[in-house]
Design a binder for this molecule. Sequence first.
Ligand code: ARG
Length: 569
Amino acid sequence: MINFREEIIKILDEKIESLEPKEIDKMIEVPPNYELGDFAFPVFSLAKIYRKNPALIAEELAGEINSKYFEKVENKNAYLNFYINKSILTEEILKESVEKREDFGKENYGENKNVVVEYSSTNIAKPFHIGHIRSTVIGDSLKRIYKFLGFNTIAINHLGDYGTQFGMLIYAYKTWGSKEAIEKDPINELLKLYVKVNAVCEEDQEVKDECRYWFKELENGNEEAVEIWKWFKEVSLKEFNRVYDMLDIQFDSYNGESFYSDKMPALIEELRERNVLEESEGAEVINLDEYNLPPAIVVKSDGTTIYFTRDLAAAKYRHENYKPYKNIYVVGSQQSLHFKQLKAALKKAGFDWYDEIIHVPFGMVSLEDGTLSTRRGKVVYLEDVLNKATDKVREILNDREKEQNQKIENKEELAQTVGIGAIKFQELFNGRIKDYTFNWDKTLSFEGETGPYVQYVHARICSLLKKGNFDINNEIDATLLTEESEINIIRSLYNFTNIVEDACEKCEPYFITRYTVELAKNFNKFYNQTQILVDDEKLKDTRLLLCYTVKNVIATGLYLLGIKAPEKM
Ligand code: ARG
């Protein structure tokens, strides 16, 4: 496809001697609306060199530029506004669509560089609660985005499967636990034990010591301790995997905190050699004063390691094993300080790759009061939320069956696709950092800016293509698409790859969420205003090709958010 931006750089490079192509590229802007052109170039900075008023410079440049790729170049308030030639653009988009089909917009910008994306990172023996959904859904989307742009991705679930709490759990299980009860309802039973042992530890120093003892035994490989711990892990993962299956989310590695337990001694030795460990009240810490950060504890006074130490080891392991271009951690903003310390500690220790670490934080999600009552007590389990969404969509589909007196094919699958898709869409609708409150009605509505709405437009196009006997090999004529609603769609399609690149660069999937809504809305406008299945075959086939392209881009957009696009709804 013609790169219109490159064309502008070429043109301006010829006209403006004082600027390098790279600088020109950086200065080019995309105006907020098409009335100001497809691209704009500010000339203010040239005033000094030319010793002329900026508006005059822009006026003169505009008069001199003559390119078939732009139907208009004009001066507006000292900006050069470039308007892409619409028929060339339309032709380019349709050509690209025929060539790439479902892969429209795909790129190899990543050149197979490795990107580690760590997300979800649930804690063994604890609930997979609604708070984890953000990490899981944002991380999975980032993985898909990186892949789409030609990176090689490694998805890691850094399980919380180590630490003193496992000593507590082992003690609790041995003292009060029941194998049958845990097998029946693992997470809930383990949670109960955990709550109980915590309360007892508060009061009873002896029990606290017992718990410490059991963690030490676990670290030392005591057979009984290891066996119980492994079993906790197994039953917990079985529960988590059920949720991951529902979400259609996979990982390449489940190397969690325990994976690094045997890598810690060598790491601590290396840190000592590098002279970054200091003694402080019996503990060994890395002083981070020079980065204006509190010191990071590496070895506690009782000789055990902590969460931070395991993250040092994990970062090093990932660096050595994956040689990543980026090592991304999708973890809530409560842990921002932790990741700042992690990066600073690595820098201080002289690991010059510390910069590959990227913390992608996000805000909290809360539920409106009373919208979700759970059988299981105070914690809101993600699985219950997903089931409730599916139930609600099933009800809507049941009503529709009654109304239309017609059975819906694959109703169960559709209810899941739409219900779970709606939750993900809602989750990815806003910038990451904002806290937000989950709202059932808004999430599951088939109208407005929701997942079901976008899925519905996709399904509508699928049936339209069938009805019109769409065939990609039919003859078309791009110059026939002149209606404003058609051009709007073409422009939107042209922007698709840029949007995905922006989403990747800023780790913000919501750029894509918003984009799919806009495209779906633009399509509906076109659909309502224009007769698509007209008698004129060529016009009909050209319009259908436009529809087909929109369908593919919506499906890709949804895919990048981790959402399926049903063909019938
Ligand atoms: N398991 C932790 C939690 O639920 C998140 C782990 C984040 N990842 C990391 N490498 N520290 O809070």
